[in-house]
Ligand binder design. Structure first.
Ligand code: SAM
Length: 200
């Protein structure tokens, strides 16, 4: 998967490739899908949700430009796979998942694999995690209609927020940077994610 689907399609960031080499994706999918764990597509994880396509996750992680000392937030932690990848390449990671059963399974997996710098919270991630803010980078793993204001507020100066933004017709992976308090936005290509459910 790393050779063919990541390096072969333009993923070059050494830290991102390292993370993929360390985290066993088969531990994050239901037993009946383990034989498909290294195929480059999303797989069902229950509750109508999916573990994302590895290539798309790699693009998102590459866009985060992580160096290793960051505190990071993932909204939509699902199986916990992306939280584990992040735990390999940053200082501390907080994942929020709104579906309690998925969050609990994710917690168990991360504990079993020995991650002490990764935490899973049950809740509405569009509100962020004010008690742990600011975050050096924020990854949203579900498609929103807008950048949730709380996430923008909780992003540190100089930080990056990666989010799939959707309109009526399509979803675009969007990279947002906070520079001197101002928003810089760049589109990084089409994508397809389950919706970000905002309680508000
Ligand atoms: N990153 C996950 C992984 O590694 O398995 C997969 C994410 S899945 C594509 C999107 C997840 O976002 C779903 O589990 C869904 O329940 C969750 N989600 C949607 N809206 C949310 C919200 N407002 N707060 C927290 N989680 C949310």
């Amino acid at each position: 998967m790393i050779e063919k689907d990541l390096i072969g399609r333009g993923i070059y960031n050494e830290r991102v490739l390292y993370a993929f080499s360390k985290v066993p994706r088969e531990e994050f999918v239901p037993p009946q899908y383990k034989h498909l764990a290294y195929e480059d597509y999303p797989l069902p994880i229950g509750e109508g949700q999916t573990i994302s396509q590895p290539y798309m996750v790699a693009i998102m992680l590459q866009e985060m430009h992580l160096k290793g000392d960051e505190k990071v937030l993932e909204v939509g932690a699902g199986s916990g796979y992306v939280v584990a990848l992040l735990a390999e390449i940053c200082r501390e990671v907080w994942g929020i998942e709104r579906i309690a059963s998925l969050a609990e399974q994710a917690r168990e997996r991360l504990q079993k694999l020995g991650y002490t710098n990764a935490h899973i919270i049950i809740g509405d991630g569009s509100k962020g995690l004010p008690e742990q803010a600011p975050f050096d980078a924020i990854l949203v793993s579900a498609a929103g209609r807008r950048v949730p204001p709380a996430l923008w507020e909780q992003l540190a100066e100089g930080g990056r927020l990666i989010i799939p933004l959707e309109n009526e017709y399509s979803q675009i992976l969007t990279v947002i940077e906070k520079k001197e308090g101002k928003m810089r936005k760049r589109e990084a290509g089409p994508c397809l994610f389950v919706p970000l459910i905002e309680e508000e």
